[in-house]
Design a protein around this ligand. Sequence first.
Ligand code: SF4
Length: 342
Amino acid sequence: SQPILQLDSLRMVYADDTGLVSRLLGRADPPVIAADDVTLALRPGETLAVVGESGSGKTTAGRIATLQERPTAGRVLYEGRDVTGLTGAALKAYRAKVQMIFQNPYDALNPRLTVGQSLAEPLTLHGLVPRAGLRAAVLEMLEAVELRPAETFADAFPSELSGGQLQRIAIARALIIKPRVVIADEPVSMLDVSIRSGVMNLMRGIQRDTGVTYLYITHDLAVARYMADRIAVMYLGAVLEEGPAETLISAAGHPYTRLLIRAAPEHRATAVKRDRIRLPGDAASQTGQPTGCRFHPRCPLAQPVCRETAPPRVALGEKHAASCHFATEVRQNGLAAATAAA
Ligand code: SF4
């Protein structure tokens, strides 16, 4: 089917933010490249997880998808139409179709409004439900996110609720206007481990019932595997590997993906204990991008060619591709491909 949302060759460069002292000393920070030729497509009703460390550009991709930020170059397409430059009423209409759920539910909720008022607000803003129907719509949505009794939750203030309850309300607020696409940026990472799976299952159940499409942003490959049909792995502003979730985990063709899998010792979908991806080498930095393959300073398989030539995107199977000179070997032999590649 035709993609509902596409990020097409996105590039996002933040001008250098060199401070005064550095400028006086004649030092200039290089610009930060947060997205470098990022292309992703979401099909209706699917979940695409974008996985990466902090600094990978995954959040930038999400912010561009909701047009909270405009890319330096490239396009956002909704149902095949270029929406990159939308403003005013057209932008508002787009935002009714493409909603965002944030990591911190407090970001989505006004502490001075009751839950019911917070949930009614987007319905009023987009003129979707007449005033007389607001309460019923709010209660129905609270039922849908399993906050019962709905009447009690509708009249509560955010300060009276737990983190898990607040995230359910933030999800309800994003979904109450029936968007086609939801961009969820680490929606469970701030929640207690014991309640994460409940929120993830809730999101999956809502998807089954409504056909909503998710772009699910996470640092956690196990969460991605549990939530997503397809996974895209990002690093330093680029997509390094993309494929169906099970294929990507069982037959990864990029050394970085292999290291992520190794760094997450258990892929149990529910109890996700890791909060950080730990890999050898320096943490990712978007300034001073390495030459050749951007992953070469941390790659255990790096060869001389990797320092000089950017790898092509190698097709590994249906809808599975990795940007590595040795993607075919890595898919077959994993990180043991080192000797084969040498
Ligand atoms: Fe590693 Fe080279 Fe592949 Fe980059 S191209 S991931 S450095 S083997």
